[in-house]
Design a protein around this ligand. Structure first.
Ligand code: 5GP
Length: 186
């Protein structure tokens, strides 16, 4: 098992983004991959910082050119990890984290079986729904799609090397740090 490439998966709304932001504050040496997506930006999201926001045509062209490390469709949009920056950082010996959904994690399991795969769980499905609705960023149809997909993802949690429950942020962050730093980079 390598901890140079780390995959972080978990249902929409579980708090992966917040967890990663907190991790980065403590460990700025980690590289969190910036994904490409065809989803429109949410308010406050910045091009090249949260995502690269692409047209479906551009996204398809990148698929055709083999420019994605992995990609998947999620809740009606495409998401993918641009290959070049990930490879470059890993070649430099930098730890890389991919925050991606289930299908992407499964692809990485095929192409990079050594990667350390972590699944973030909500304390309960009810709490997850409360968080997705509370975020107020998605319309009802998008919320329904995300909740349906969340149940599919939760059913696959056992496929992962480690599961962390994100009930309390600090506790979840400590578990994540312990898992990442228990052994030197390898
Ligand atoms: P959101 O639209 O809420 O930002 O993301 C929706 C889902 O897409 C989340 O589960 C997120 O982890 C996942 N996601 C974000 N970037 C990627 C990516 O590059 N590849 C894959 N497969 N999933 C991604």
């Amino acid at each position: 098992m390598s901890n140079l490439l780390v995959v972080l998966t978990g249902p929409s709304g579980v708090g992966k983004g917040t967890l990663l932001q907190s991790l980065l504050l403590q460990h700025p040496d980690i590289y969190v991959s910036i994904s490409a997506t065809t989803r429109p930006p949410r308010s406050g999201e910045v091009e090249g910082q949260h995502y690269y926001f692409l047209t479906p045509e551009r996204f398809q062209a990148m698929i055709a050119a083999g420019e994605f490390f992995e990609w998947a469709q999620f809740a009606g949009n495409f998401y993918g990890t641009p290959r070049a920056p990930v490879m470059q950082r890993m070649e430099q010996g930098q730890r890389v984290i991919l925050e991606i959904e289930l299908e992407g994690a499964r692809q990485v399991r095929q192409t990079a079986p050594d990667a350390f795969q972590i699944f973030i769980l909500p304390p309960s499905v009810d709490e997850l729904e409360r968080r997705i609705r509370g975020r107020g960023q998605d319309d009802d149809a998008a919320i329904a799609r995300r909740l349906k997909q969340a149940k599919v993802e939760l059913a696959a949690a056992d496929e992962f090397d480690l599961q962390i429950v994100n009930d309390d942020l600090d506790t979840a962050l400590s578990s994540l740090e312990a898992a990442l730093f228990k052994t030197p980079l390898c």
